[in-house]
Design a protein around this ligand. Sequence first.
Ligand SMILES: Nc1ncnc2c1ncn2[C@@H]1O[C@H](COP(=O)(O)OP(=O)(O)OP(=O)(O)O)[C@@H](O)[C@H]1O
Ligand SMILES: [Mg+2]
Length: 417
Amino acid sequence: MMNNLDKTGAIVALDIGTTKILCLVADYNDDGQLRIVGIGDEPCDGLERGVISEIQSTVSSIKRAISKARNVSSHKIESVTTGIAGSHIQCFNGNAEINITNDEVTEEDKIKVVENAQDVQIPNDQEVLHVIPQYYTIDGQIGIREPIAMAGARLGVNVHIITSSTTAKKNLMKCIENSLLDVDHFVLEPVASSYSVLSEEERSLGVCLVDIGGGTTDVAIFTDGTIKHTSVIQIAGQMITNDIKIGLRTSTQAAEEIKVQHGSLMNHPDDGEKMITVPSISDKPDKEVSLTNLSHIIGCRIDEIFEKIQREIENSGHSSKIRAGIVFTGGGARLSGLDEYAEAKFSCPARIGAPANIAGIGNVSGKARYSTAVGLLLYRENKLKDMPHRTSLDNNPLFTFINNFWTKLSAYFHREL
Ligand SMILES: Nc1ncnc2c1ncn2[C@@H]1O[C@H](COP(=O)(O)OP(=O)(O)OP(=O)(O)O)[C@@H](O)[C@H]1O
Ligand SMILES: [Mg+2]
């Protein structure tokens, strides 16, 4: 578990999706700006609804994506920051209170109270992925964002705990290890995407982030600057393609192409007359279908996804706080007219979120299917910034040895906690 930038000079993001493996390699330019220097984007069919269902084909896709990204970037790739998602993800809330040791809150007090708050009953087959402090309390005063150096006798915290299935994580780890890589962080995919598509203002006003992928639609609700609720809906892009395939009696590939090229939720008055050609799956001739017919098939499934999103928002208990509305991302968000359709259905603002421009190759700007991978890079960059300031001592072999030892020791204790 090494600091990636130490050994290879790069940050590597690996988005293992239901339809693709996306590897991004980034380093810093002379101005200290993050830039993308390697991209590997490979199709993958080893996952079912966001969870590994076949190790071997997933490993082959990972190896191909890594190899492409490595060749372009010429950086060694040893360790990756990877996303995790799927219906096995669960979330819990915890809280704790401790005595403040020396009249004012120290870093140690803060670490201790957050550790104590993790002591909630989670199912045996689940393990903790993220512990996200919501707010602190001092002597009963709530809503404190940063308690360090504040005076008081009792420090409390409320945390949001996100867990994943131990088995699902082990299988993900297995695929990465079989690809001869190490993992520096597992990050919940919508948490990663939030780094690349949400603004600080949206997070603090209250926003619902919806990542429509191939296998799953991930929902994450942010209010007051932090994540409050997460859930996974088992309907996404592949199901829409399947509906088109069944509804128009064509092949999966033709249905996918029709969706991407002609799929829309916008109703134009002349759509009823506009026809598209649907390739036949038998020796019968291809047929013509109206755009209205296609929109209807897509709209039915989107309505079902929207109903489930609405239910999640209501169940989260934060529906009155989602003032910035809904931000859609992921490949499925490229469906034409999705934002306007959502505004009408949810009666709130909606927009399509995609990464802003990042220096380097690939021009990821505006590409919603890159949101998770770019978010993983930004998440990792943020974690590295939290680490102790690096100096020229870092290149000293003795310091490197001590640093390696310390990193391993911290990783050991982190696992044990
Ligand atoms: N223009 C488009 N219109 C509609 N759907 C699209 C368009 N472009 C891509 N998609 C859909 O986006 C989906 C893939 O999105 P994405 O790459 O975000 O998924 P993934 O990360 O592989 O899957 P997951 O996150 O669910 O594991 C596919 O179902 C694809 O059909
Ligand atoms: Mg995805």
